[in-house]
Design a protein around this ligand. Structure first.
Ligand code: UDP
Length: 266
């Protein structure tokens, strides 16, 4: 049996050469990292859940006309995607103050923002993905003016769509990260959504209880990471034992499910 060639290994995913030119296989690991990989751990089953959630979100985004790298899911942990040249910018979209914004500007966590904020970080682990301005992005040629226009307008549409999608299942979309890539057709390139959308790169809060259903459970040692990721998948109708995306939620039935006490620290 021929072994697939590994193209890249990141913190949460591995990329292998795909079956046809211009394709890759994206494999979702259970590894979790935080604080620029200073904190490392494993969330059992995370790769399987993120693969499903990301497939679902990318498919729904494609239905509203967002071009994405997603082709199809291959199995529990892998999906076939288009190979792109990654634009080295992390696009952060925020609706509510949390995370680095609260630290940087002293704004209280949970404060709704008067309007959606889009921020950019330069993708460079050695530098700790620093915050960059659009002027710096243009100056160092990381993305063209046209690409930045495409990226910001897609980010707003994605945010509008995802905010509604999560609100419908009782989840507040606080903030999230997107990555985009270029696909080339001779001398012309097109900007498409790449990477993944999952609770690893989103802040998702239960609308009623405020409970965190995302990677902050791992970052802050809150415990119950696996249950939280599963809860997001379940509400999206992606687990086998539920009735599908149209399900109406009785939130009271789920209260307490995530109250798993954090493991005692050694
Ligand atoms: N985020 C991410 N990868 C990163 C940085 C941020 O997925 O390298 C996501 C993070 O999960 C959150 C949003 O982007 O949903 C905003 O993150 P923030 O800038 O607050 O950074 P953090 O608090 O993670 O340092």
């Amino acid at each position: 049996m021929s072994r697939r060639r590994q193209v890249y290994e990141g913190k949460a995913k591995i990329l292998y050469e795909g079956p046809e030119p211009g394709t890759l296989i994206q494999y979702f690991k259970d590894d979790a990292t935080a604080f620029n990989a200073q904190k490392k751990g494993t969330i059992n089953g995370k790769g399987v859940i993120n693969n499903r959630i990301s497939e679902y979100v990318f498919t729904r985004l494609a239905h509203i006309g967002i071009p994405t790298h997603f082709i199809r899911r291959l199995n529990m942990r892998e999906q076939l995607v288009r190979q792109v040249e990654i634009i080295p910018i992390e696009v952060i979209v925020r609706n509510v103050a949390a995370g680095s914004l609260t630290k940087r500007l002293g704004i209280e966590e949970g404060e709704p923002l008067p309007h959606t904020l889009i921020e950019y970080c330069y993708k460079d682990d050695a530098l700790g993905d620093p915050f960059v301005s659009e002027e710096e992005i243009a100056c160092f040629n990381w993305a063209s003016h046209e690409e930045m226009q495409d990226i910001s307008s897609m980010a707003i549409r994605i945010n509008d769509f995802m905010s509604g999608m999560f609100a419908a299942i009782g989840i507040r979309l606080v903030d999230f990260k997107l990555e985009f890539g270029r696909i080339w057709d001779q001398d012309f390139s097109r900007t498409i959504l790449a990477d993944e959308i999952s609770p690893d790169g989103c802040r998702l809060w239960d609308m009623v209880t405020g409970e965190k259903l995302d990677k902050d459970r791992f970052r802050r040692d809150l415990g119950g990471e696996q249950e939280a990721y599963q809860e997001v998948a379940r509400r999206l109708g992606l687990l086998q034992d539920d009735n599908g995306p149209g399900e109406v939620f009785d939130l009271s039935a789920h209260r307490g499910r995530l109250r798993t006490p954090a493991k005692p620290k050694k």
